[in-house]
Design a protein around this ligand. Structure first.
Ligand SMILES: [Zn+2]
Length: 396
């Protein structure tokens, strides 16, 4: 921790003193943990940000997970950045009501924001508990990940593991999904917004990388959208790879899906183009987009004759084991359903029509392909159609 209390009750931020001052302080003053009141020791080596540490693994309710110098440095830089903007900001303030100590607390006129700068992996349960604590106190939590967890695949694509899913923010139902990263060494702040999962562990979205000193606190709440044109163009490439990717050794759910295809006498290359489309709520699923979308198409829509109907309920039942636990997304405000979003796309493509809320009538057949070339052409045409429809929507 960066702060401690002196024997006189003053809070001291060690990093704001020079080396000489620190060695004097160390001789003359006793320091105590503001949360548990136990004595703490000064750590001021040449390579780390000067900080305090408990003497032993005590039972301090605010004991940090020992995240190391990268974390301490980032926390201090974020704190100083906010302080320069004349905000009422506190470093490591202990909140006794919830036994939590956010890295940074910001008191605004009408709300309080807690910033957690997270560089190490922690248990899901821990993330959920901390968020619940903040919500109970009416505090808005913002989690900023250490850029040590930032793994870029392409210009607008990140590799995202299950751990990172917990840190997607959506401050209101119409706010785009947002993930933040900060690197204390390069001083770069990254916002990854309006993200769409192209596969279970890959997401594409709008990436904005800025120097911390070129932005202000309120920039965190700005929505930057990923242009739909760009999304669809990228999706065209993803679909192509999906078709032509040689089948490697697969296991787990991917193997189960391959077996399901086999049982239905279908090949990946012959699947209809409406399978594997972008839906923003894909993050709620624990199976690949092509997996659940193909099951829905083949098992529910394909067997129907034109004019016959089915319900969202039926689809939800079919895919009930494909959903992740909803508690995995403590920072997300909307309850957007990936299945419903997908059905909306199928409606846009003229396959089905929502005749009454959550009831759909089949309008046109779903076509399978005989050759990979025809499938690739079909995919490209379908994406072009979505692009055009989307342009139309923007002009109106
Ligand atoms: Zn303590």
């Amino acid at each position: 921790m960066l702060q401690a209390k002196t024997e006189y009750g003053n809070i001291i931020t060690l990093a704001s003193f020079t080396k000489e001052e620190i060695s004097v302080l160390k001789e003359q003053t006793q320091f105590f943990c503001p949360a548990c009141q136990k004595p703490v020791i000064v750590k001021a080596g040449s390579k780390t940000i000067p900080h305090f540490a408990h003497r032993s693994k005590s039972e301090c309710p605010a004991l940090e997970g020992g995240e190391g110098p990268y974390h301490e440095k980032g926390k201090l830089l974020l704190y100083q950045w906010l302080k320069h903007q004349h905000l009422d900001v506190r470093l490591e303030e202990y909140l006794p009501a919830i036994s939590q100590r956010p890295d940074i607390l910001i008191k605004l006129k009408h709300k309080t924001v807690a910033i957690e700068y997270q560089c190490a992996r922690i248990a899901s349960a821990e993330i959920i508990t901390r968020n619940e604590g903040y919500y109970r106190e009416g505090i808005v939590p913002i989690w900023i990940l250490g850029a040590n967890r930032f793994s870029r695949r392409k210009r607008n694509e990140l590799k995202m593991d299950q751990f990172q899913l917990h840190f997607m923010h959506q401050f209101s139902t119409d706010f785009p999904l947002t993930l933040y990263f900060f690197c204390p060494n390069s001083l770069r702040f990254i916002s990854f917004q309006d993200l769409y999962f192209t596969a279970l562990q890959r997401a594409t979205g709008k990436m904005v990388i800025r120097k911390l000193n070129e932005m202000v606190f309120t920039d965190l709440f700005k929505a930057s959208l990923f242009p739909k044109q760009q999304l669809f163009q990228l999706w065209k490439q993803e679909k192509r790879l999906f078709r032509i990717r040689p089948s490697r050794r697969v296991y787990g759910r991917e193997l189960a899906w391959n077996q399901w295809l086999y049982l239905n006498s279908v090949h990946r290359e012959s699947l209809p183009s409406v399978i594997y489309l972008p839906v923003s709520a894909q993050f709620r699923m624990k199976t690949q987009p092509w997996d659940w979308q193909s099951r829905l198409c083949l098992e529910i829509i394909y067997p129907l004759a034109a004019g016959e109907t089915f319900s969202l309920q039926q689809c939800m039942h079919l895919l009930r084991h494909h959903f992740r636990d909803s508690t995995s997304f403590p920072l997300i405000k909307s309850a957007a359903n990936p299945i419903h979003q997908y059905l909306q796309l199928l409606q846009q493509l003229g396959i089905i029509r929502e005749t009454s809320p959550n009831y759909f009538t089949k309008e046109n057949p779903i076509k399978f392909y005989k050759h990979i070339e025809a499938a690739l052409d079909g995919d490209a045409q379908l994406i072009e159609r979505l692009v055009k429809q989307n342009m139309g929507m923007i002009r109106e």
